[in-house]
Design a protein around this ligand. Structure first.
Ligand SMILES: NC(=O)c1ccc[n+]([C@@H]2O[C@H](COP(=O)([O-])OP(=O)(O)OC[C@H]3O[C@@H](n4cnc5c(N)ncnc54)[C@H](OP(=O)(O)O)[C@@H]3O)[C@@H](O)[C@H]2O)c1
Length: 200
């Protein structure tokens, strides 16, 4: 299988890349590094990425930024960061990938536990992760040619606890390798329109 992984150099993406590259051809895509680069906030950049890659079997996304701040402090610009990057970035990647995907191919997006369990300063992330789940549920119904779409919703990763531990009191982290298995289930399995939650 030929699999395009956007965010392949990241904490989530590097574990997914390592797992899927054992048995598949993996194209590692980053913002500044990788086999190819893309800016998921820019439609022209995404179009150029897919034009350069040719046809493939699976799009995997493990990238997308959101701003963390108090509800009363979040600015329009900070809200816009998450909307443009994590939400619209993934929607743009999905729409642009459809004509390049082989029949019965798949798209796997990234959300996160904050859609279900809010934390302090997480209102933008909760909103955006929830919207991604709703997008996936609806898009699965309309995808042509047997294409599938799912979203992975992990809790905080063990590998990120040095940065995020204070934001996630009482949350049990999971290793990135477990999140990678959920991506594998999405890419190699048969389900569509699903939220694969990875909780500690
Ligand atoms: N880490 C966690 O605990 C955790 C838990 C749940 C959900 N998530 C979600 O998982 C996703 C990835 O998180 P992470 O911790 O793995 O992030 P990360 O380590 O910071 O990696 C981010 C990846 O995204 C790429 N990237 C950055 N800006 C981009 C852009 N404009 N266009 C395309 N690619 C871009 C980076 O590429 P370069 O290296 O080339 O810059 C890098 O490969 C995020 O949406 C996050 O909310 C993370």
């Amino acid at each position: 299988m030929k699999i395009v992984i956007v965010g392949a150099s990241g904490t989530v993406g590097s574990a997914v890349s390592e797992l899927l590259a054992r048995d598949h051809e993996v194209i590692r895509v980053g913002h500044r590094q990788g086999d190819a680069t893309v800016d998921m906030t820019d439609g022209a950049s995404i179009a150029a990425l897919f034009a350069g890659i040719g046809r493939f079997d699976a799009l995997v996304v493990a990238s997308g930024n959101v701003a963390f701040n108090a509800l009363t402090e979040l600015t329009d610009e900070q809200w816009q960061t998450g909307l443009e990057s994590k939400l619209m970035g993934q929607i743009r990647l999905t729409r642009a990938a459809i004509p390049h995907l082989n029949d019965r191919g798949s798209i796997t997006l990234i959300g996160g536990i904050l859609s279900e369990e809010p934390i302090n300063w997480g209102v933008s992330a909760s909103t955006i992760n929830g919207a991604i789940e709703h997008f996936v549920r609806a898009a699965a119904c309309e995808l042509p040619r047997g294409l599938r779409i799912n979203v992975i919703s992990p809790t905080v990763l063990e590998e990120s606890m040095d940065k995020y531990a204070d934001f996630f009191p009482g949350f049990v982290p999971v290793p990135a390798a477990r999140v990678a298995q959920a991506y594998k289930k999405s890419v190699l399995g048969v389900q569509s329109g699903q939220v694969f939650r990875v909780n500690g």
